[in-house]
Design a protein around this ligand. Structure first.
Ligand code: HEC
Length: 114
């Protein structure tokens, strides 16, 4: 391959990656995730008690959960963020992987408000 075509390929790959920053390839998504039945209760039960306009985040509705989805998953996976949620002793702990994957699938599926 000529250097120039390699360069164009490089640019193309980079520009595609930019659009897919929020894609989680380890998420096993065989069905459509429901925001109202799964994601909102998940965040309400595990996060919103401390993040209803406190501690830097307000994770209470579709708009704020969508716009903070990278930080939410980053915290659930301890990837670039402190591990969340926090237990009664003040220690972060990981939710079950199957639950985190539902959140990742919801992002992969376009953060539907369904
Ligand atoms: C018991 C209270 C509590 C719960 C439950 C909780 N958080 Fe937090 N969260 C905090 C506090 C306090 C901080 C600020 C920590 C700090 O800066 O030291 C924080 C910080 C964060 C941050 C920023 C971390 C960073 O490194 O910048 C994110 C993102 C976050 N929480 C997401 C979540 C998510 C998602 C959940 C649910 C899975 C959750 N939190 C559950 C108390 C909580």
């Amino acid at each position: 391959m000529k250097f120039s075509s390699f360069f164009i390929l490089f640019i193309l790959v980079c520009s595609c990656k930019k659009d897919k920053v929020d894609f989680y390839s380890n998420a096993n998504c065989s069905d459509t995730v429901s925001f109202n039945d799964e994601i909102l209760p998940l965040i309400e039960n595990n996060c919103a008690g401390c993040h209803d306009n406190q501690n830097g985040y307000s994770l209470t509705n579709h708009a704020t959960i969508s716009s903070n989805s990278s930080a939410i998953i980053g915290a659930m996976r301890k990837s670039g963020y402190k591990l969340m949620p926090i237990d009664g002793n003040g220690n972060g702990y990981a939710l079950p992987d199957s639950i985190i994957q539902r959140m990742e699938c919801w992002v992969n599926q376009g953060k539907k408000n369904n």
